[in-house]
Design a protein around this ligand. Structure first.
Ligand code: 13P
Ligand code: 13P
Ligand code: MG
Ligand code: MG
Length: 378
């Protein structure tokens, strides 16, 4: 049976500030989705959150980029935004960049990951959702899952994975795409995906049969908005077991927290902390960035789950390490490498401040035309 799994998300208002989504908003979204399920558009659905981002998880048979499914998601966000405005939640409608739906939510503010699959005899899927970080945050985890034998022993000892995986990489600035075969092209691929602000792993495919293994959201919110409104807070769907990495191999990259872009005002580097759903409440300096993972067994399109995959003691140490990394980064205050490098700050609110200073710059060789401030003359 062919089934499409669509995960579409947007920040339509935070409670309190950017720290969480209000339960009433999630309930409203669930109501919209359940109506669509009753009407036969969806097979199954769940509305949930990661931090201040509302997450719509839907199964159906309309394929990817379906007008009906995207319109349902858009309308659900519109309904949620109305409620968020009524409650005066913070940044109500933050990611709703357009006034009306134009056929596809891509480029309109929301982020999305969708895959159409032939459901296997058993179909475990893992849905990752992050808050306070950008598209590209999945690069290293996806690389580890599907190309690193130190993470995924199945690449070495399982015959059905031994030929490796194909990575589809998107240049999110120049809007181009390229495919690499792992393992033989990993060095070329790392040149690109190691620069996660520019290149993002969009999808991964099994090399023997072309089956999709993973898909992520790569929408850059600042590009769609033309200014900083919030971070991308991306999502990623990964299929597991059988010809794909085992559940534990898919989760393993998150046991060693890495630094990602995002955090306060979307302008910092900070550790990506794996947490249970209940702990996706980024509060310290609006962070540190969080990742949650909900696991499902698909059953003829029905979502059996979720299991809260990071609500496991074995991730306690990763959380502690992430907190320690957070302390270490915070020590730098407004200095790099905690603050993003200058070229990335272009996509924040900083250019407005730089604008003010532009007229004051003078040539290095010439004496200052303007007088030094009085305190310097003494
Ligand atoms: P089980 O024997 O529990 O099915 O586990 C098999 C496996 O491959 C775990 O990664
Ligand atoms: P969000 O992208 O999660 O809304 O966070 C924005 C921000 O500026 C946090 O400080
Ligand atoms: Mg927000
Ligand atoms: Mg967010």
């Amino acid at each position: 049976m062919k089934v499409t799994l669509s995960v579409i998300k947007a920040d339509i208002g935070g409670y309190v500030g950017h720290s969480e989504s209000h339960p009433d908003i999630i309930a409203k979204a669930a109501e919209c989705l359940n109506k669509a399920k009753k009407d036969g558009l969806l097979i199954d659905c769940q509305a949930t959150k990661c931090g201040d981002d509302l997450q719509l998880i839907m199964t159906h048979q309309k394929g990817t980029s379906s007008y009906d499914i995207h319109k349902l998601a858009w309308d659900t966000f519109v309904e949620g935004t109305k409620l968020a405005k009524k409650m005066k939640l913070y940044g109500a409608g933050q990611d709703m960049l357009k006034d009306s739906f134009a056929g596809n939510v891509k480029g309109m503010g929301p982020g999305l990951a969708e895959m159409e699959i032939e459901e296997r005899i058993s179909e475990p899927v893992l849905i990752f959702m992050a808050d306070k970080t950008s598209a590209g945050a999945w690069n290293m985890p996806l690389y580890k899952m599907f190309a690193d034998p130190f993470n995924t022993i199945g690449l070495v000892i399982a015959a059905n994975m031994h030929n490796g995986f194909t990575f589809e990489v998107h240049d999110v600035k120049d809007h181009k795409k390229i495919r690499f075969n792992a393992p033989e092209e990993i060095y070329d691929m790392l040149v690109l995906i190691g620069a996660a602000a520019r290149f993002a792993v969009k999808a991964v495919y099994h090399r023997d049969n072309g089956e999709i293994a993973a898909v992520s959201s790569t929408e850059r919110l600042y590009e769609s908005a033309g200014r900083y409104v919030g971070k991308d807070d991306p999502v990623c769907i990964v299929r597991s077991q059988g010809i794909f990495p085992a559940v534990g191999e898919v989760l393993e990259p998150f046991a060693a927290p890495i630094l990602v872009q995002g955090w306060m005002r979307g302008s910092h580097m900070g550790p990506l902390m794996p947490v249970a759903l209940i702990d996706s409440t980024p509060s310290r300096f609006d962070g540190p960035p969080r990742v949650i993972c909900l696991g499902y067994q698909l059953c003829n399109g029905t979502l059996i789950g979720p299991r809260d995959m990071f609500a496991d003691k074995s991730f306690d140490l990763a959380r502690q390490q992430a907190n320690e990394m957070a302390d270490m980064m915070r020590r730098h205050g407004p200095f790099e490498p905690h603050r993003l490098p200058l070229e990335e700050m272009e996509y924040t609110t900083m250019p407005q401040v730089m604008e003010k200073l532009n007229g004051r710059f003078q040539s290095l060789d010439a004496p200052f035309k303007t007088k030094a401030p009085a305190s310097h003359e003494q």
